[in-house]
Design a protein around this ligand. Sequence first.
Ligand SMILES: NC(=O)c1ccc[n+]([C@@H]2O[C@H](COP(=O)([O-])OP(=O)(O)OC[C@H]3O[C@@H](n4cnc5c(N)ncnc54)[C@H](OP(=O)(O)O)[C@@H]3O)[C@@H](O)[C@H]2O)c1
Length: 324
Amino acid sequence: MKAYVLKEAGGIQNLQLTELPIPNPRRDEVLIKVKAISINPVDFKTRAGFALYDSLKDIDPLILGWDISGKVISAGSEVTTFKIGDEVFGMINFPGHGAGYAEYVVAPADHLALKPAGITHAEAAAATLAALTAWQALTVHTKAKSGSQVLIHAASGGVGHYAVQIASHLGAEVTGTSSGANRKLIKELGATFHIDYQQQQFEKLSTKYDIILDALGGDHFLRSLEAVKKNGTVINLIPDPQAAHETYPDSQSTLGIAAEKGINAVYFPVTSSGKDMEAIARLLENGILRSHISKTFDFEELPQAHAYMEPGRTVGKVVVLLNG
Ligand SMILES: NC(=O)c1ccc[n+]([C@@H]2O[C@H](COP(=O)([O-])OP(=O)(O)OC[C@H]3O[C@@H](n4cnc5c(N)ncnc54)[C@H](OP(=O)(O)O)[C@@H]3O)[C@@H](O)[C@H]2O)c1
């Protein structure tokens, strides 16, 4: 099979298309013929030597990629939930070795859900790491509910565009931030209000929020502490101790700063979960959640998908499609 191997951290040229044996599933795993892969910022950060690189760098061959959708080709002896021919999707082994940039992938059965029949493999692959992050943020690490006022930063991005839809579905009144170019999309996804960060500073406005989902980190996290209600929650997806330290030199961490101010602050890494994938599958099936895919690439062009996403302007999701 063909797979992209990362021999060492670096630019997109370090993603080397290589011929490897098809892997064998262990007892609790299935072997999947991959139809679509979605790309996330953690992919290009890890490729460049940041994010998960240190924890993965001794794996040989190291294959990046966690988000896949495809068809079950074979199953380990203990797998009872899926059978050969089932179409499945999920975020595999995150934050471990996903090995998703390949024509065939082995995945623990309990990291997967059945792909709803009316959803394409591209739409399903998109709704994995980013959708799980939004879901776990708003239903596990805090609970958005009817009447909650929720601010979603980077609401037009991968995580943000699912978070707007999920928070709206849970009954919250949602405000999303982005540049003006993405205002229309964010409102269409269900946000009541939009803040153009190029025109307004969200923390200077009068509205205070019960929940803020911060996918930008650093200074945005610190500014979010000014925009949250007392006893509200700021969920920080990328803690930046350096930015925190520069602003509040006596504090140890971003979370410490929040605690000093009496604000609930949460940092969490998204984790693989078949149960949460099933919840996302139901939302996709019922048309409550949709994947906005702004760009697709062929498997042979996968490194270009990294280059496309690195400037941080992605709208919704970027997906890589496999033929055959
Ligand atoms: N902790 C975790 O487990 C976890 C999980 C998932 C993601 N993350 C992290 O969360 C971050 C976001 O991930 P993602 O997949 O959503 O990224 P993404 O898709 O690349 O986000 C791009 C979006 O961010 C918007 N944006 C950029 N600067 C902004 C600003 N100053 N204010 C408001 N919006 C802005 C852009 O809109 P405009 O072009 O209109 O500016 C664009 O639509 C990444 O750093 C990722 O690594 C962490």
